[in-house]
Design a protein around this ligand. Structure first.
Ligand code: 2IP
Ligand code: CA
Length: 378
């Protein structure tokens, strides 16, 4: 099953290429930033292009995985729906075809006859590439494709991707906003228990070597299954050294949460965009925890980075359940997020929301300390 990891690494790199191509090629960039509203909107256009770019990446990942692992057909889920209806009531399903010319024809139809844009995208989608990663290549894993399913977030941090700011890293080693916060997330979980077991994170816009040059990306992966706990990098050593509790939050976090955390002695609150990016900061040990008190992240945001955290000995818990367990003085296992069960009474995307909020950590004692500080106060 290590073949699945290698395939996901390759397809995540193709996804990063599609994301970069859409910003670098004038024909695609124009579509990406044009957001025509009201009477100016072309009713023949199936969907705004930014959503289309997301769907194309998602469908490319789905296509490549099913081509190699047909038993996973029907078990690959994503943030986006791939069927669009335009203003004229016509419906088109965006898929990636086995043959390049068929994909090009379908995309030309979706893009209202824009052949240049369709052929640029088709080239990136059907490109053959292999991402070299020695550790992933030598990994052995006895896990059957029949036992797993996938969550895809084709581009997490879409607003940062569209806005396209070229942000510098802060002293803490991360960016508050901008293109580096946009990530491709592919998470694998067990169908039976919903436990995340494998994750690939691709950051298409890590940095530019020199001004005026194109963007360079980077990737991360992790596997946590049975006795195998492997990550593409080592558990950060800086964890022991920090003398304060550093908490990463969404800028839209509730004031009461910020207030309670600010009153903690030795705490430092920081902010960054993108749910996946904030969890990546925890994975890299740049902060102690990422906490979100509302249900505004979804299974596709957390599945991939959750697998990396588990591989490093950390995790992501449901914040409300942690607060409830603390109040009940329960000493049961920490309530980790799972990925297989929807909220049946909810509608649409809310079926897959991480409804109770989340807390992502590397060190469980830091997670417990944060929960204890918030209990009864938020
Ligand atoms: C979003 C994106 C946002 C995040 C939100 C996610 O996913 O990561 O940045 O909000 O929770 O669902 P915030 O930046 O305030 O943490 P997408 O970009 O895929 O819609
Ligand atoms: Ca997302």
């Amino acid at each position: 099953m290590a073949e699945l990891l290698r395939l996901l690494l390759d397809v995540s790199e193709k996804a990063a290429n599609v994301a970069r191509v859409c910003r670098q090629e004038a024909a695609l960039f124009e579509l990406l930033v044009q957001e025509k509203k009201g009477a100016d909107k072309n009713k023949k256009f199936i969907k705004d292009f930014k959503t289309l770019a997301d769907v194309i990446i998602q469908e490319m990942i789905r296509h490549d995985v099913c081509a190699q692992f047909p038993e996973m057909n029907g078990f690959i889920h994503g943030e986006e729906s791939n069927t669009f209806e335009n203003g004229l009531g016509e419906s088109v399903t965006v898929t990636v075809c086995a043959k390049e010319e068929d994909t090009a024809a379908l995309l030309a139809k979706v893009l209202d006859g824009d052949q240049t844009a369709a052929s640029l995208l088709t080239k990136a989608i059907h490109q053959k590439l292999q991402l070299r990663d020695e550790e992933a290549e030598s990994l052995q894993l006895s896990l059957s494709p029949d036992d797993v399913a996938i969550w895809i977030d084709p581009i997490d941090g879409t607003s940062q991707y569209i806005e396209g700011k070229e942000e510098e890293e802060l002293d803490e080693g991360f960016c508050r906003s901008g293109l580096p916060c946009a990530l491709v997330l592919i998470g694998v979980y067990l169908r039976a228990t919903g436990q995340p077991v494998m994750g690939v994170i691709n950051q298409p816009f890590k940095c530019k070597d020199f001004p005026g040059q194109g963007w360079r990306g980077q990737h991360f992966w992790g596997v946590s299954y049975g006795d195998v706990n492997v990550c593409s990098f080592l558990r950060p050593l800086c964890l022991q050294k920090r003398d304060h509790l550093s908490v990463l939050l969404s800028s839209s976090e509730k004031p009461v949460v910020k207030d309670v955390l600010t009153t903690l002695s030795n705490s430092k609150l920081m902010y960054a965009s993108g749910a996946g990016y904030k969890i990546l900061c925890v994975i890299q040990g740049l902060v102690d925890v990422y906490l979100l008190s509302e249900g505004s992240t979804f299974k596709w945001d957390s599945c991939a980075p959750h697998a990396l955290l588990r591989a490093l000995g950390g995790g992501i818990s449901d914040l409300n359940e942690c607060l409830r367990s603390y109040a009940n003085e329960s000493d049961g296992p920490r309530p980790e997020l799972t990925y297989h069960e929807p909220h049946n009474r909810s509608q649409g995307v809310d079926r897959w929301a991480n409804r109770g909020g989340i807390i992502a950590y590397l060190d469980s004692s830091v997670c417990d300390k944060t929960v204890a500080a918030l209990a009864g106060k938020i």
